[in-house]
Design a protein around this ligand. Structure first.
Ligand code: PSZ
Length: 494
């Protein structure tokens, strides 16, 4: 290995000596072994990457592959590709790397023999969980549960987290309709076997224009970001409502944006009414706290408060999809904490930076029978072992503070750049380091994102016009400066 894979934790330990407070150490900016800046040695993609692409594409549809990684050499905020190029990673595997590459806490996680056995002996968690499983759930997942949402289920990925949250919602809804009775009629049992009501009832989940909730069939019916995600696949007839599209800067468009909130909420209420009338009532609403794949569209706390009110009024469950926003990137553990909801959401789904998929839920959403929300693995204890380390690092290294600091440097810098290049970029937005800006057209946007690479930045896009930032939580102000310098250079070169 060319580079010692020592990370922040190790470096801090070295710095802890008398006279230096713990906090000073924690706000130190070095990740041991991380390059001081990006280094691009070949064209991007380079020759080795092109060759690997040919190989992979002869085996499968590999058109989505952007680069091949060298995960031995990638470190901290730096992604190293097969050609040895070292990129500052502002996208982190579609927002799913919480504390950078090869963090020593994670590398060491399975040196413990007990943890190693949890990795090797993968259980069917719904039937033979390990004797320490209840404790693991309590100590790890429940230690960061959103306030007032006290139950949890683990799942494999974001899509199946949403998929199973929907099932809990439908089961809850039908149980309510039965007046709390938990047994089924013979008619229900027979009709569900031929996919007909009343056993397979006509019930729906409302989602928003531009939303992304996954690609499995239930989740896909609520995904509405791009046709390519949905084409050729049958979908449920479920309602859709508009999600706010704000004008920027926000402080100059308060009146219009407030109207936008009101218009969207009105249409949510209308859709709930319309689907009730047509015999396909809405049992749940699913919403992203910041609509991510669809173009990084944010909505105000008032919008979310209004949405919760509509749900409560109509006896509809509110599911908050924190798959992309959860685990710190907005400067709070959960993005919906920014919204000051009068009561807790009913279900909160997660995956990505949380490393395990799953969802939190309030007790009403616990299915009354076993085996109804179930599959073989139902997650993976190994991922909880890693998540435990991630949460420890977030706490010990004050990473939410780091996110807020780096986020401010990034956002201020992006505002400066939108002033310098008003004909190219606009609409800087977001919270923490979960930020985005628009380019004037899709072509220009794609060009910026592509041209960032030879300038050392691995970036991401979303929607039609947006470039989004999704760095790891260990992205520090000095990384923000490198990003901004590279972006300025890229914009100048256009
Ligand atoms: O193209 C894709 O399949 C992508 S690109 C980004 C995602 C998926 N994000 C996944 C995601 C998400 O952002 C939100 C808000 N909800 C659910 C999902 C689905 O998670 P996975 O991909 O783990 O099934």
């Amino acid at each position: 290995m060319l580079r010692a894979h020592q990370g922040i934790g190790v470096f801090y330990k070295k710095l802890t000596f008398p006279g230096v407070t713990k906090l000073q150490c924690q706000l130190s900016t070095a990740i041991s072994g991380e390059p001081s800046k990006p280094s691009i040695k070949t064209s991007v993609p380079g020759p080795k990457t092109k060759q690997l692409y040919q190989e992979l594409n002869s085996l499968q549809q590999a058109g989505s592959v952007q680069l091949f990684a060298d995960y031995d050499k990638s470190i901290g905020n730096y992604f190293v590709d097969a050609d040895g190029n070292e990129f500052l990673d502002s996208f982190t595997q579609i927002s799913s790397v919480p504390i950078g590459y090869n963090h020593p806490e994670l590398l060491n996680a399975f040196q413990d023999a007990h943890n190693l056995k949890a990795l090797v002996n993968r259980p069917a968690l719904g039937v033979f969980p390990s004797m320490d499983w209840p404790d693991r759930l309590k100590n790890v997942l429940m230690s960061v549960a959103p306030a007032g949402v006290g139950n949890v289920a683990t799942m494999m990925c974001g899509s199946c987290s949403n998929e199973n949250a929907y099932k809990c919602v439908f089961i809850w809804y039908r149980t309510k309709e039965r007046g709390g009775k938990v047994d089924f009629t013979p008619e229900e049992m027979n009709s569900c076997m031929i996919n007909q009501p009343p056993g397979s009832p006509n019930l729906s989940i409302l989602s928003f224009q531009g939303s992304f909730h996954g690609r499995t069939f239930g989740a896909l019916s609520t995904t509405r970001s791009k046709p390519i995600h949905k084409l050729d696949c049958p979908s449920f007839d479920w309602p859709v409502a508009p999600f706010p599209r704000y004008k920027y800067p926000l402080d100059q468009h308060q009146r219009e944006n407030k109207k936008e909130d009101e218009k969207c909420l009105e249409q949510v209420a209308d859709a709930i009414e319309a689907y009730k009338k047509k015999g396909n009532p809405v049992a749940g609403v699913i919403v992203e706290p910041i609509q991510s794949e669809g173009g990084d569209h944010e909505a105000s706390p008032e919008f979310f408060q209004g949405l919760q009110k509509i749900c409560k009024k109509n006896g509809v469950a509110l599911i908050i999809d924190e798959v992309q926003t959860g685990c710190g990137p907005t400067g709070k553990m959960w993005c919906h904490e920014h919204f000051q909801l009068p009561s807790p959401p009913d279900l909160v789904t997660f995956s990505k930076k949380m490393l395990t998929g799953g969802f939190y839920f309030t007790p009403e959403f616990k299915p009354p029978h076993a085996y109804r929300v179930f599959n073989t693995w139902m997650g993976d204890p190994g991922k909880l072992i890693l998540l435990e380390k991630v949460l420890k690092v977030i706490k010990n290294e004050n990473l939410l503070t780091v996110v807020n600091k780096s986020g401010k440097v990034l956002k201020d810098g992006l505002h400066q750049l939108e002033k310098e290049f008003p004909n190219i970029i606009n609409s800087v937005r977001g919270r923490g380091t979960f930020l985005a800006f628009n380019a004037v057209s899709t072509e220009v946007r794609d060009k910026i994102n592509n041209n960032l690479r030879p300038n050392g930045i691995l970036g991401g896009v979303c929607g039609d016009h947006a470039i989004r930032l999704r760095p790891a939580l260990v992205f520090q102000p000095k990384h923000a400066e490198i990003y901004l310098d590279a972006l300025r250079k890229t914009l100048k070169e256009l």
